[in-house]
Ligand binder design. Sequence first.
Ligand code: LRH
Ligand code: MN
Length: 388
Amino acid sequence: MRDLTAVKAALTEHEIELPSWAFGNTGTRFKVFGQPGVPRTPWEKAEDAAQVHRYTGVAPSMAVHIPWDKVEDYAALARHAGELGIRIGTVNANVFQDDDYKLGSVCHPDPRVRKKAVAHLLECVDVMDATGSRDLKLWFADGTNYPGQDDIRARQDRLAEALATVYARLGGDQRILLEYKLFEPSFYTTDVPDWGTSLLHCQALGAKAQVVVDTGHHAPGTNIEFIVAMLLRAGRLGGFDFNSRFYADDDLMVGAADPFQLFRIMHEVIGADALKPAAGIAFMLDQCHNIEPKIPAQIRSVMNVQEATAKALLIDADALVAAQQAGDVLEANAALMDAYSTDVRPLLGDLRQETGLDPDPVTAYARSGYGEKIMAERVGGTPASWGS
Ligand code: LRH
Ligand code: MN
């Protein structure tokens, strides 16, 4: 077993970024269910995100989504987050909710529409300058629904041109994180459907372009940790959008549907010594709490990532390598399963106590009365939603 001091040190510096939109009302095409106490502004979303950090200690940043989190003064929003003990993280562009984008945004056949989309992406880099954010995350809903609808190759040329324009605008340590998704809302082609397409575009752009792996964006049965291992090997894994699913892009709490998959993914990250912040991987949640209370769900999700990471950190690497080298299949598999079967909750409880936190963040938050407070205070105004 690894020495627990090193395991605890690795867990303490492991940061998980929260999505602002997880605190707003979300749903499916059938219904967006409202919940009492939901934030009305990005300011209130930051206050809710700060609660998750307050009780977990490892969620010091909140990703924003533009225009869902549009404000007059982004620097002021970043200062507000700072006063709450967190920071504004990844900036997510949104070129998937405007009528002009029916046939695509940066891949649209009409240059006027492409120009509009690129203008929004460049506006998001301005936001990053104001908030001090490092990463611009780009997910494109672009695609087609019927064979022949558009030229697959021409759309890739348009995409590459738009990405190059945005890439040239990046400053300092700023990066592009290009997210892929197999399908939805497009149902025949998606212009960035898989890791290979994202990787090719990132390699064409330059070193500041990295691939994002959203764990809900693959065909059923895809071995996601293999993709993670390949992207790490290529030095192109920029981040994760963590969530889980039973069927498609369900955006459920990470680890809820397949905690063993999350463990296998974190094993590959640790194996590549890429858990530490210096490795530059953005560990983000991308979830929607359609029916469950949102702040407790975010706390639970952060704990699920911590538990999978702690189990993966406890793998006896020497025993594993020895068994692999010896071709001892069962012994090698046992090295992983022993760690996975370890109850790491006491370890994490102790770690929280050692860092001045309550060992059980969920009950500590429930005891705080914050949920009741926001339900009483947040009356009137328009609850935040991913309004489409
Ligand atoms: C697309 C996606 C993307 C976000 C959106 C909220 O499915 O995963 O990362 O922009 O969800
Ligand atoms: Mn995502």
